[in-house]
Design a protein around this ligand. Structure first.
Ligand code: PXP
Length: 247
């Protein structure tokens, strides 16, 4: 089975929010990603709604014919949104107001672990699968296996930042050990954050990897590759002098 691809469309929503209007529509991006072969759509509804929001979630739920993976912090507000919208999956992530993007994996203190466990139970009743975003920390992963979650998404951010440097081998070894442990614990192995066309091949050699979730690099490349065509469309109009002043 090929590794499943989740496409994160938050960056499309970020661009929309810059104008506060309707374009670019993340739902259109989701449909294009589906046509291109994505297996699921990922969106993160943050406390500050800096990109995707409940309206996006509802519109996806109604029209997207792909599984939805909702990234969320474990707050009362987000728990109630998740349980009422019932996405196919939720991925629990830590969230800090001042961060630009998710900075680290979950830290499972005993209170937090209990909260995850009771939320995972309620998700199970609603048919929602639960994934936990974790650093490749064996002790934490062992704790995560006691929460009732189905999947662990390994945080590949440090690996992606180290890619091509002397630190790459060490970061990759940590991911290897963690992936092996997740699989031994009978949980699904996923990976995400900072993955690109260039560093992904190495990640694909992680044992039992089933899913990757990618946003920033896909949207960045799409923007640059589409720019030429968008400029040419305008140039084509400008080169029709006979239409000037006729409207
Ligand atoms: N997985 C998780 C849990 C994330 O928080 C993010 C970022 O929103 C991603 C994957 C995608 O990361 P990137 O945008 O760097 O590809």
């Amino acid at each position: 089975m090929p590794v499943r691809l989740g496409v994160n469309i938050d960056h499309v929503a970020t661009l929309r929010q810059a104008r506060g209007e309707f374009d670019p529509d993340p739902l259109a991006a989701a449909h294009l990603a589906r046509l291109a072969g994505a297996d699921q759509i990922v969106l993160h509804v943050r406390e500050d709604r800096r990109h995707a929001n409940e309206t996006d979630l509802r519109r996806f739920r109604e029209t997207a014919s792909l599984p939805i993976n909702l990234e969320m912090a474990l707050t009362e507000e987000m728990m109630s949104i998740a349980l009422s919208f019932a996405p196919d999956r939720v991925t629990l992530v830590p969230e800090k107001r001042t961060e630009r993007t998710t900075e680290g994996g979950l830290v499972l203190t005993s209170d937090y672990l209990n909260l995850v466990r009771s939320f995972a139970e309620r998700c199970k009743e609603r048919g929602i699968r639960v994934s936990l975003f974790m650093d490749p920390d064996l002790e934490m992963i062992e704790k995560a296996s006691k929460t009732g979650a189905d999947q662990i998404e390994l945080h590949t951010g440090p690996f992606s930042r180290a890619f091509g440097s002397n630190a790459e081998a060490g970061e990759f070894q940590r991911l290897m050990g963690a992936a092996a442990m997740i699989s031994q614990l009978d949980l699904i192995v996923a990976a995400g954050h900072g993955l690109t066309l260039f560093n992904l091949p190495r990640i694909l050699s992680l044992p039992d990897l089933e899913e990757v979730n990618i946003g920033h690099s896909i949207i960045s490349r799409a923007l640059l590759f589409g720019l030429q065509e968008a400029v040419q469309e305008i140039r084509t109009l400008l080169f029709r002098p006979y239409e000037r002043g006729q409207r």
